[in-house]
Design a protein around this ligand. Sequence first.
Ligand code: SF4
Length: 246
Amino acid sequence: MRRLLESVPETRANAGAQTSAARLNVRYAQAPADEILRAALEALPGQIALVSSFGADSAVLLHLLAQIDRDVPVLMLETQMLFAETLQYQRDLSAHLGLRDVRLLTPDPDLPEDLHLSDSKMCCALRKVAPLESALGDFAGSITGRKRFQTGPRAQMPIFEADHAGRLRINPLASWTPAMLAQHIEMHDLPRHPLVARGYPSIGCAPCTRPATNSDPRAGRWADETREECGIHFAPDGRVIRRKAG
Ligand code: SF4
């Protein structure tokens, strides 16, 4: 793994990262999530951050990380629009797992509170995309908890991919199913986000999240809009990945 990733810092251009990701996908296609995570962290020590929403099933990836290295930076977008329960859960789960470097990324404090009502895409761009882009500028790679079952755009998501800036992005849970997540949470007796029990299978900002009653776990996100992604996940060519044009 280290040898395969040696060229990543020098080849920040998209093509180089895509080539590295393609090779890694072949090598780790059948590897368990903890092996993928461990290998990536060892290959790029101090150069990878894990991005977490501290949402409905975030405990799984954070638990796997904590088994390996509690000092890896964990980036959380504190949009200033989150549920109070999410902020409390972040504190509780971080303490439970012993995470030692959780960083809350905050937007410009002067943003209008009701921006999501007039221009929700701009709101996401300023509260999520810009702070994350700024924070990830310090890293050569990032780790996400995205799963293929979540939305259409994620259905073909690889384990390793290049992000729009040529960083390596790793999705160790890409192939996990809801049953696998539930089993891991139960097996390790991990704390659940309190809103899960109140009907929220996917949890984002308070104004843009509703309980979901159907089989789509992200149906409660931007329920009045056609989009399913906030814009923090880009295709290698820089396009924002969405299933439908918003
Ligand atoms: S999810 Fe809603 S409140 Fe949060 S940043 Fe996006 S538009 Fe704004």
